[in-house]
Design a protein around this ligand. Sequence first.
Ligand SMILES: C[S@@+](CC[C@H](N)C(=O)[O-])C[C@H]1O[C@@H](n2cnc3c(N)ncnc32)[C@H](O)[C@@H]1O
Length: 372
Amino acid sequence: MPLIKYLGSKRLLLPAIRRIVAAVPGARTVIDPFSGTARVGKALKADGFRVFANDHNAYAATIARCYVQADRERHAVRATELLRELDALPATPDWFTATYCEAARYFRPENGGRIEAIRNAIATARHEPELEAILLTALLEAADRVDSTVGVQMAYLKRWAQRAAQPLELRLPELAPAVATGPCLATELDAREFAARHECDVAYLDPPYNQHSYLGNYHVWETLVRWDRPSTYGIAQKRIDCRERRSAFNGKRSCREALRAVVEAVRARVLIVSFNDEGHLSREEIEALLLPLGAVHVMATRFPRYVGAKIGVFNPSGERVGEPTHLANHELLFVVDMAGTGVVWPGVLEGAASHLRIATTPGSTRAIAPSE
Ligand SMILES: C[S@@+](CC[C@H](N)C(=O)[O-])C[C@H]1O[C@@H](n2cnc3c(N)ncnc32)[C@H](O)[C@@H]1O
């Protein structure tokens, strides 16, 4: 699946999430307020659900507009033609190449100049939002395939990554067909405001779980989508607004109230929350927060840590300064039955866990009665 490299992406957990959502009787609509790469919404749309996706960063909202909101029947033919034309444009290196290929080295200048030509052409054409989102997503994914990082844009490699030498190549994103349950939607709002707007059957919450800002880690994607020629700072050439645009979920002290506010805004029959056992909130703290809403069931899955953690720790100049500490952690999925659906959740979670190809933690599926 050609989606961008992304911290916290739920690629491996996806089969379990799909099974859990499929188990909700009569469910038609799902909200995903922290959509990231949009892979969860994309998969649920493919399963026939009407999905409302959202992320407060522009690049992620754009990816969701492509994979969740845009329907294949409407856009695939035109997008294919346009991508062919864009792919043939000669490089026009300017500020983007100077900033991200020379001052910093995320892409080789020959690819940077082509990224710049393609992005300028998309801006000039002023396509309707869904078509534009498809073209921008194709460009992000093409750039991601030839970048020279370990998967985050806090630093770039001291020596060019091998893949950076490949020529940039635009490909049509794998669009999902329209669903019978109704039009899907993608927005760029704060998660709490978004959750309050959409009543649904299932809400899937996948907030950031530690101090690392997604905007800081993916600032080049934000710039590529906004195309606003921001002032930049530091070796990583981050956008100046990385200093002010913060998520309350990244703060140790603010994240509990931030999660509580979103959870309280949700109007769903079943709530699913993803979190990680290395995050700001412990499993017990999250259970305590969810318990007033209904019976809580938890599934813990052991995962290899993200690729950067396995490679080691790098300083901003791309030098290796530390060894990886540990190679696995646990992803937690909390399921809250807010409507008394009658589903036997421990059985569903065990089935979902056995569907995963990676190890689950034995005996970790447990149900908590609201009165406990
Ligand atoms: C763990 S990632 C989601 C990953 C996603 N489920 C996937 O599979 O790719 C969390 C996302 O929440 C977004 N985010 C952080 N704070 C937010 C907020 N207050 N409102 C909306 N989105 C937010 C980040 O931009 C990031 O994309």
